[in-house]
Design a protein around this ligand. Structure first.
Ligand SMILES: *[C@@H]1O[C@H](CO)[C@@H](O)[C@H](O)[C@H]1NC(C)=O
Ligand SMILES: *[C@@H]1O[C@H](CO)[C@@H](O)[C@H](O)[C@H]1NC(C)=O
Length: 219
């Protein structure tokens, strides 16, 4: 028979999981258009004055056209999140468009705050994510296909075709956040010490410095 105190701690444990397994916190009002210029720090953004809210706060043409993919990885992510659509503040959703040159790669990365679902607009892609048991769950996608990447898990997409590819990505966060493994580990400021990375990857500091040189911001 559980004592009242252990019952209480069970309840708080359940409450803790209910809070932590949901995505962005639920909204408490119709709308709370982000005041991106406010100096006030809250979880998300403070609401701008309702008198100043307009349809433009809920509108974007930022992902109407393909993004430029002439970069190192041959892929570009263009967000349609609270930073470009301030009306998304507190709503717990956002989109992105990802464009891929032939052979282009959206390199292994995680979104700490969101599950992602992609819909293939055009082209063909090899995609996958890794579970915490280090199992690779991968799939080849073509136009019209949908694939889901669970929140927080490392994932990637590569254009395996000879023509450009593009997807629309949906997220259950107003700002999913991205940590790209290569850039995070080898391109941080200040840098992660060479010996940390050489030990972690079971290689030499020289190879670590070589990889780091590829992730330094262009001078
Ligand atoms: C509305 O926006 C205008 C222009 O940005 C600003 O000058 C004004 O103070 C704002 N009004 C309110 C009530 O926030
Ligand atoms: C990518 O292409 C655009 C448009 O053609 C050009 O303005 C830009 O300089 C290019 N960027 C790189 C990194 O080559």
């Amino acid at each position: 028979m559980a004592s009242p105190t252990s019952f209480l701690s069970l309840l708080s444990l359940i409450a803790f999981f209910l809070i932590t397994v949901s995505a962005d916190p639920d909204m408490l009002q119709d709308l709370c258009v982000a005041d991106l210029s406010s100096g006030i720090k809250v979880n998300g953004f403070p609401c701008k004055d309702a008198a100043n809210v307009s349809s433009l706060d809920f509108f974007s043409q930022g992902i109407a056209n393909p993004g430029l993919t002439n970069n190192t990885f041959g892929a570009l992510v263009t967000g349609a999140n609270v930073m470009t659509i301030p009306g998304l503040n507190t709503l717990g959703v956002s989109l992105a468009r990802i464009d891929y040159a032939p052979g282009g790669l959206n390199p292994p990365h995680t979104h700490p705050r969101a599950t992602e679902v992609v819909y293939v607009l055009e082209g063909t892609l090899d995609v996958g994510f890794l579970t915490t048991a280090n199992r690779l769950i991968s799939q080849s996608l073509k136009k019209g296909d949908v694939f889901a990447f669970p929140r927080g898990l490392v994932h990637f997409q590569k254009n395996n075709g000879r023509v450009p590819a593009a997807v629309i990505a949906a997220f259950n966060s107003q700002l999913p956040g991205t940590q790209s493994l290569g850039a995070t580990l080898f391109g941080s400021t200040p840098p992660v010490p060479d010996e940390i990375l050489s030990q972690a990857f079971q290689t030499t500091p020289r190879i670590v410095r070589n990889i780091k040189s590829r992730f330094q911001p262009k001078k």
